[in-house]
Design a protein around this ligand. Structure first.
Ligand SMILES: NC(=O)c1ccc[n+]([C@@H]2O[C@H](COP(=O)([O-])OP(=O)(O)OC[C@H]3O[C@@H](n4cnc5c(N)ncnc54)[C@H](O)[C@@H]3O)[C@@H](O)[C@H]2O)c1
Length: 361
């Protein structure tokens, strides 16, 4: 069994070869850049040459602590720096498209934080800007590069559990929404900011569903205005289904983050360790029970890295690989428009109380 795990672990090697590394400039010096982008880039040995944030004090503080040589005074100054090849954008989604268009027009390659925009229309315009300017642009849907999730994807691709019949992702969390004051009054909260990762991954595994249905909840005394619990179901051809249940006001305090993929020849189950004690987290787990390869019941697969910060090497590495070799992106802007479309359908279902058609009608 250990030998055949190699095919899986090779797929989950997110090291970035020196020959393809290019300099990065960053827009946004917020929590995610400080806590995940920059630690991941340090592990990967990447060169971050400068950073810009409208909050200059924050940019200076982050630059100082992460040894970034330059703090730009404006986006224009950042774009005029000929040394950066990739611009890594990490600002709230509503503000991202305007920055994105300017970066694309400057012919810099882009890694944009998720959600890349708050509407499908903006997403389509961003995809158009990528085409028009001939740049490489990906969205930081880094759950696709989380080692356990990526290993599960590869096991499915190798046929270890046969034809997938269901994907379930369930999280029950104490989420510190106070960390994002800009999100306090958002009407669209939980799916747009958090579960979008799970919905994106389900699209990655199963493609576009035929229909989706979603209900949402709030609880007395919660900090944000938007929904903090969502239950979403998907329907595909031939009885294939998917489910996401996410709750962020867990008053029991017993955080849980589990996923399970069932096939007609076995199952895979795992946990996302990060969410058990965000942002510190604990190790992920992954197990496979297969009728195709030799497992004796549930067999553990050794996950050796974490969603934060390690998976962030995957997204930036894929942009570098695409620039160097033309290799396809795992989460391109063009593909990710589909995730925005899916998210929009879930909100339409939530608002209307009926299921929404998406794929084949
Ligand atoms: N897993 C993930 O990939 C993940 C996790 C957390 C957050 N995010 C996303 O990353 C983005 C940023 O989140 P965060 O947690 O860092 O938020 P944050 O509030 O900590 O930081 C946002 C930063 O953007 C800066 N900013 C705002 N407008 C700007 C502009 N026009 N130009 C330059 N800087 C500007 C703010 O001053 C602030 O420093 C959000 O879209 C969020 O959804 C992704």
């Amino acid at each position: 069994m250990i030998d055949i795990f190699k095919e899986v672990s090779d797929y989950c090697n997110f090291d970035i070869p020196d020959g393809i590394k290019v300099p990065i400039a960053i827009v946004g010096a917020g929590g995610i850049v400080d806590g995940a982008h920059l630690p991941a880039y340090k592990i990967a040995g990447l060169d971050v040459i400068g950073i810009f944030d409208v909050d200059q004090a924050k940019a200076k503080d982050v630059a100082e602590r992460h040894n970034i040589p330059k703090v730009y005074k404006s986006l224009d100054e950042l774009l005029a720096d000929p040394h950066s090849v990739i611009v890594d954008i990490a600002v709230p989604a509503a503000l991202q498209p305007e920055i994105f268009y300017k970066v694309a027009a400057a012919k810099k390659h882009i890694l944009a934080q998720k959600p890349m925009a708050t509407s499908v229309e903006d997403g389509l315009k961003m995809a158009h800007a990528v085409e028009e300017n001939g740049i490489v642009a990906a969205v930081n849907h880094q759950l696709r590069f989380e080692e356990g999730m990526a290993a599960a994807y590869r096991m499915v691709e190798l046929g270890w559990i046969g034809k997938v019949t269901n994907v379930t992702i369930e999280v029950n969390l104490v989420t510190p929404w106070e960390m994002w004051p800009w999100a306090k009054d958002l009407e669209r909260l939980e799916i747009m900011l958090h579960s979008i990762h799970y919905h994106d991954v389900i699209r990655w595994f199963l493609g576009e569903p035929n229909t989706v249905f979603c209900v949402a909840g709030r609880t007395h005394g919660q900090y944000p205005k938007g929904e903090t619990r969502t239950i979403s179901t998907y329907s595909y051809d031939e009885g294939v289904t998917a489910l996401v249940h996410a709750n962020h006001i867990n008053r029991g305090g017993d955080n849980r983050a589990e996923f399970r993929i069932d096939g007609d020849k076995g199952s895979i189950r795992g946990t996302l360790g990060l969410l058990y004690d965000y942002p510190t987290g604990r190790v992920d787990t992954l197990e496979v029970n297969s009728q195709v390869v030799p497992t004796d019941g549930w067999t553990p697969y050794p996950v050796t890295t974490r969603w934060f910060p390690d998976a962030f090497r995957g997204t930036i590495g894929s942009v570098m690989r695409a620039i160097a070799t033309g290799a396809p992106l795992r989460s391109s802007v063009a593909d990710t428009v589909g995730t925005l479309r899916l998210v929009d359908a879930l909100y339409k279902s939530m608002d209307s109380g009926v299921s929404v058609k998406l794929g084949k009608q």
